[in-house]
Design a protein around this ligand. Structure first.
Ligand code: ATP
Ligand code: MG
Length: 424
């Protein structure tokens, strides 16, 4: 017999049990975004490969090793998006959304990276992110951080995430720092691995991003970028810190935080947790004032972040499992007897007309009352509505509260009011 075809490694199915949780999480996140006046933008999953090469940078993990790229039937080089910012900037330029305008945008959707799958790291994963264009002051950097802090509170995980913050300054400041860093790395070249040795020449800042613990230890003695910051970036950074202090958001300045993509400048930040092993970064972002111009638009200040939904969901499940405890349906309509099924369909539609937010599931295919009640349980119903031949004949229905066991027989026209009082 032929072997069953399976899903691609690192690309997950999200089954109905999980999607209920996901929907609640996403709904909460979207409500908070709306409360800050941000608008959704929806972008293609496939873009031209050079977009990511130019935006993210040639010498980065993502572009060197992680992109899913292919030639389409015309021979065009295409890539499944590994992140959302490049496409967002591309769209902003293409549709004239950016120049001399202010935009506060968010997106959500799947991203693709060829990585070694493990808990919290997948090949298809989902990010929700926000991007703000047209504002150069630190107040909008602070707003994005406050927005994410509000997310964590709404999800009940705020005690399990910590904010790390840094400024990586201007291009010129980084060029000066780069020289000092390369000089240091040359002195210790024998202790670098192959990857870092190569990066020392191509993109030395990337060495700071290494996951090799021996090299991380070595880097403790390396020069720090903070000492090379330009005055404007310094002022921007202290402005941001002051706003966060005022808002009561605790943070740690981490001078080694540089982030993995080339387009950042000035502010960079990450929200990290100790609850997810080595996949501890839940959300990361920063300023990218040069990217719009670099992709062919007119210079536009910009700042944004991306949050990994799988890691967020894992964290909510670990520290606040009640968040998704809500029943999946409110009521289950048990129907048995001659000609009753037709009546059940009619009653269910009538109840949905009367109560648009009611989640009501109707039993199909018959079965004993016992069997139907166990289906009601399995679907997590709070209430069972029972329609047998005797009830159907006189336009009544039995309403049973499955939490308390209380039940009563009512005229069908009174059921909506009774349901409303049970369900609160
Ligand atoms: P890491 O250092 O863990 O590889 P990153 O710096 O590559 O993360 P970003 O590019 O900043 O991550 O993406 C933002 C967020 O998206 C991450 O903080 C993480 O929550 C999530 N993320 C990134 N890569 C993956 C992945 N392969 N699987 C699941 N989530 C991911
Ligand atoms: Mg990565």
């Amino acid at each position: 017999m032929a072997k069953n075809i399976q899903a691609i490694r690192g690309m997950n199915d999200y089954l109905p049990e999980e999607t209920a949780f996901w929907q609640r999480v996403e709904g909460t996140l979207k409500d908070v975004l709306a409360s800050y006046g941000y608008s959704e933008i929806r972008l293609p999953i496939v873009e031209q490969t050079p977009l990511f090469q130019r935006a993210i940078g040639e010498v980065t993990d993502v572009v060197e090793k992680e992109m899913y790229s292919f030639a389409d039937r015309n021979g065009d080089r295409l890539t499944l998006r590994p992140e959302g910012t490049a496409g967002c900037v591309r769209a902003g330029i293409e549709h004239g959304l950016l120049y001399n305008q202010e935009q506060r945008l968010w997106y959500v959707g799947p991203m693709f990276r060829y990585e070694r799958p493990q808990k919290g790291r997948y090949r298809q994963f989902h990010q929700m992110g926000a991007e703000v264009f047209g504002q150069q002051g630190p107040d909008v950097d602070a707003e994005l951080i406050l927005l994410t802090a509000r997310w964590w509170r709404a999800l009940g995980i705020h005690e399990h995430v910590a904010l790390e913050l840094n400024s990586i300054g201007s291009l010129e400041a980084r060029a000066r720092y780069r020289e000092a860093l390369v000089a240091f790395l040359r002195q210790h070249e024998d202790r670098l691995d192959e990857d870092c040795r190569r990066r020392m020449h191509t993109n030395p800042m990337r060495v700071l991003d290494t996951k090799n613990p021996d090299i991380q230890a070595l880097l403790n003695d390396a020069p720090v970028l903070t000492d090379y910051l330009d005055d404007d970036s310094q002022a921007h950074f202290s402005g941001l810190c002051e706003l966060l202090d005022l808002a009561g958001i605790p943070y740690t300045v981490n001078p080694r935080l540089v982030r993995g993509l080339d387009y950042y400048n000035r502010t960079v930040f990450e929200w990290v947790t100790t609850r997810l092993g080595s996949q501890g970064t839940v959300c990361g972002g920063g300023r990218y004032d040069g990217l719009v111009e670099q992709l062919g638009g007119r210079a536009t200040p910009a700042v944004g972040f991306a949050m990994g939904l799988e890691r967020l969901v894992l964290l909510v499940q670990a520290v606040n499992p009640d968040f998704a405890a809500a029943a999946r349906i409110d009521a289950y309509l048990v129907a048995a007897g001659d000609g009753v099924q037709r009546e059940a369909l009619r009653l269910a539609e009538q109840l949905r007309d009367a109560m648009p937010s009611l989640r009501l599931m109707t039993n199909y295919g018959g079965g004993s009352f016992k069997k139907q009640f166990s289906r009601a349980d399995k679907h997590g119903a709070r209430v069972a509505l029972v329609l047998g031949e005797s009830e159907a004949a006189v336009g009544q229905v039995l309403v049973k509260d499955l939490a308390t066991g209380n039940q009563e027989t009512l005229a069908q026209s009174d059921v909506a009011a009774r349901l409303a009082s049970i369900l609160g």
